[in-house]
Design a protein around this ligand. Structure first.
Ligand code: FES
Length: 448
C-alpha cells in the first residue's frame, strides 16, 4: 500500500487550478484494487472463462494431494476439455457413487484452486469418520475416477471488481478451503490489495496449505498470515493461541472494520466470529460467511434417501455475500441478510402458530410433510417464502435457483419451477424441486 501511494507523482499546482485532481500526474497509472480477468471482454478467454450459471458436466480426477492427515485435495479436469469458470469461494455439487447399488449421493465441496488457472481445479475434502461420502472420496477417488458435477455454485465469493481490495479472511479448520481459493486468486492478480488471513485449527497438524500460506506471508507484501491454535495448548506450538474474539481481532487486525471480512468454518466458530466481528465495528454489509454446517438436515433427493451421518463440509452462505454477486438482482426479499448472522442453515425463524385454513380460502397451500406444517402461498411467493413465514426451518442459500441448497422432493401436486441451473435434469424427472424458485399450481406436499 505504501509503495502504491508513494508512486503517485504530484505535480506543482497551477495557480489558477481549482480542481484538485488535475494536480495528479496521470502518466503514472493508478492500479485499482483487484479486477478479475473475465471482467474485461478482451481478457476473458478460454484460458480464463467467465463464470457462467451453474450447469452439469463430467469431471475426471487427475491428481490426489494429501494436505493434512485428514484433508486431501483432489485435482480434476472437465472430461469435455472445457475450462471451468468460477469465482473464488464458490463450490461444486458432486455426485458420488457411494451405495453398492450404484446410488448416487451428492455433496457440495468448495473449490480450493484459483479460477485464474482454470484448466484444472481442486476440491479439498476433509475425511469424516462418520461420513460415508467423504470416506468414499478419500478411499476411492484416484486419477482416472470420473464423477458428475454441477456448478459453479454459491454466493460466497470475492467481488469481480474491488478498488479497495482490503480483506480479512477468517478460517476455522477445513473452512480454509474457499478462502485459500480467494488467497491464491488475489496473489495471482496484479493490483493493489491488502489481505490478512487468520486461520484457527485444533492441532498444529491440522493447518492445511500451511507452507503455501507462509510463503505468501513472506513473499507477497500484500499478505499477512496468522495461525492460531485455538484454546488447546500444544507443547510443540510456538505461534498464536486462543479462540477468535474481539480482543484478539483488535490486537491482530486493528483495522478490521475497514476490511471486507470473509469467514468460513463450522457453526460454533462462525458464532464466535460473528460476535467478534460485530464488536470491533465491522459493518454487517462487509461481513460474509459460509458455514460448513454439521447440524443442518440434508435435503433429500432421489439419490440421497439413504440415511447418512452429516458431512461437515456442506457450504451454507449467509451475509451480503449471498446476494452480492451478479445473481443478486434476481434474489427475492427472503434472501439471507447479514442481520441474521450467524445464521447457518437450517434457518429457524421463531415458531409461529400454524395457520388455519378457512373454507373460503382460495389460495394454494403447501404442506411440509416432515414437520407437519401447512401454509398458504401468497401470490408471487415461492414455496420457500411460504415455509419461512410459517416457521418451517428450511435450508437456502442463493434464493434464486442457482445453488441447489433448497432441494426437496415433491410428494404431491404440481409446481412451476423457474430455476437457474441449480438442479439436474434427472432430479427434476425424479420429482425433486427447488423451493426458492417454485410456485404451486394447486395444493402441494413437499418432503421437508
Ligand atoms: S436457495 Fe439456492 S437454489 Fe434455492
Amino acid at each position: 500500500m505504501t509503495a502504491e501511494i508513494d508512486s503517485l507523482v504530484v505535480a506543482p499546482a497551477p495557480v489558477q487550478d481549482h480542481v484538485w485532481w488535475r494536480r495528479i500526474d496521470r502518466r503514472t497509472p493508478v492500479r485499482p484494487g483487484i479486477r478479475m480477468p473475465w471482467v474485461d471482454g478482451a481478457a476473458s478467454s478460454a484460458a480464463v472463462p467467465d463464470p457462467m450459471v451453474a450447469h452439469e458436466f463430467a469431471i475426471e480426477c487427475v491428481a490426489v494431494t494429501p494436505e493434512t492427515p485428514g484433508i486431501t485435495s483432489f485435482t480434476f479436469r472437465r472430461r469435455d476439455g472445457v475450462a471451468l469458470g468460477f469465482r473464488p469461494g464458490q463450490y461444486l455439487n458432486v455426485a458420488f457413487p457411494v451405495d453398492p447399488d450404484g446410488g448416487l449421493r451428492e455433496r457440495n465441496y468448495s473449490l480450493s484452486s484459483s479460477p485464474v488457472d482454470p484448466s484444472a481445479f481442486r476440491l479439498t475434502i476433509q475425511r469424516e469418520d462418520t461420513g460415508a461420502v467423504s470416506r468414499w472420496a478419500h478411499e476411492h477417488v484416484r486419477p482416472g475416477t470420473a464423477l458428475e458435477a454441477l456448478g459453479p455454485l454459491g454466493g460466497f465469493h470475492l467481488p469481480d471488481v474491488d478498488r479497495r481490495a482490503r480483506y480479512l479472511l477468517l478460517a476455522g479448520g477445513v473452512g480454509i478451503t474457499p478462502l485459500i481459493s480467494m488467497a491464491r486468486t488475489l496473489h495471482a492478480l496484479d493490483g493493489t490489495a491488502d489481505v490478512v488471513v487468520l486461520y484457527h485449527a485444533s492441532t498444529p497438524r491440522d493447518f492445511a496449505f500451511a507452507r503455501e500460506l507462509r510463503i505468501l506471508d513472506e513473499t507477497d507484501p500484500r499478505f499477512t498470515v496468522g495461525f492460531s491454535l485455538g484454546d488447546r495448548p500444544s507443547p510443540e506450538w510456538r505461534g498464536l493461541t486462543g479462540r477468535i474474539s474481539a480482543e484478539s481481532l483488535d490486537a491482530l487486525v486493528p483495522d478490521a472494520c475497514g476490511r471486507r471480512v470473509y469467514a468460513c468454518g463450522p457453526a460454533g466458530y462462525l458464532e464466535r466470529t460473528a460476535a467478534a466481528v460485530e464488536a470491533v465495528g465491522v459493518s454487517p454489509l462487509a461481513f460474509f460467511t459460509e458455514c460448513f454446517d454439521d447440524t443442518a438436515p440434508e435435503p433429500r433427493t432421489e439419490q440421497s434417501q439413504a440415511a447418512e451421518p452429516q458431512t461437515t463440509q456442506r457450504p451454507v452462505t449467509t451475509g451480503p455475500g449471498a446476494v452480492s454477486s451478479a445473481t443478486a438482482a434476481a434474489a427475492p426479499a427472503d434472501a439471507p441478510t447479514a442481520s441474521a448472522l450467524p445464521a447457518p442453515a437450517p434457518s429457524a425463524p421463531p415458531r409461529t402458530p400454524a395457520p388455519v385454513r378457512d373454507v373460503a380460502d382460495t389460495r394454494h397451500w403447501v404442506t411440509f410433510a416432515r414437520t407437519g406444517t401447512s401454509a398458504p402461498v401468497e401470490t408471487a411467493d415461492s414455496l420457500l417464502q411460504a415455509g419461512r413465514r410459517a416457521g418451517v426451518p428450511l435450508r437456502s442459500n442463493c434464493s434464486s435457483g442457482m445453488c441447489g441448497t433448497c432441494k426437496v422432493g415433491l410428494l404431491a401436486g404440481e409446481v412451476t419451477m423457474d430455476h437457474s441451473g441449480g438442479i439436474r435434469r434427472r432430479e427434476i424427472d425424479a420429482g425433486t424441486i427447488l423451493l426458492c424458485c417454485s410456485t404451486p399450481e394447486g395444493d402441494v406436499v413437499v418432503d421437508a
